[in-house]
Write a protein that binds this ligand. Structure first.
Ligand code: MG
Length: 159
């Protein structure tokens, strides 16, 4: 039996923070404001995985007022979500992410994002797809106020 889930997240830009997307630190003049490292792509992915496994959302598992998660590397959260999925006797079939950002250019970083996400998901890279798009200048992403991300995940129950 298969189960699908969807995730969405958005964070605003702030000065003096690193920009981390898909587990990769990307050179940029600003980073994303958040209690964690602000990795909006991993947050959307965690929500897709939690949704597919019927476990609510990222805020329920990792509250943003919990000091334990202050500036936490979001890959740690992703690995924890994967471990909970395995605990339910489920495995990841595939995931697909879209990062919405006017800048910086993300294309040079997609390959490493896939590698890192596949490692955390414990699947082959062929099961992890990462895309990036602009909004042609429209909306908050287009104005460079922040970055958003969508994710879908497919899980399968192990026999
Ligand atoms: Mg978030």
């Amino acid at each position: 039996m298969y189960r699908s889930g969807i995730g969405y997240d958005a964070h605003r830009f702030a000065e003096g923070r690193p920009l981390v997307l898909g587990g990769v630190e990307i050179p940029h003049s600003q980073g994303l404001l958040a209690h964690s490292d602000g990795d909006v792509a991993i947050h959307a992915l965690c929500d897709a995985l939690l949704g597919a496994s019927g476990q609510g959302d990222i805020g329920r598992h990792f509250p943003d007022n919990d000091p334990e998660f202050h500036r936490v590397d979001s890959r740690i959260l992703l690995r924890e979500v994967v471990s909970r999925i395995h605990g339910l006797n489920m495995t990841v079939v595939n995931v697909d992410l879209t990062i919405v950002a006017q800048r910086p250019k993300l294309a040079p970083h997609i390959r490493v994002m896939r590698e890192r996400l596949a490692e955390d998901l414990q699947v082959d890279e062929g099961r992890v797809n990462v895309k990036a798009t602009t909004t042609e200048g429209m909306g908050f992403a287009g104005r460079g106020e922040g970055i958003s991300s969508y994710a879908v995940a497919m899980l399968r129950y192990l026999e």
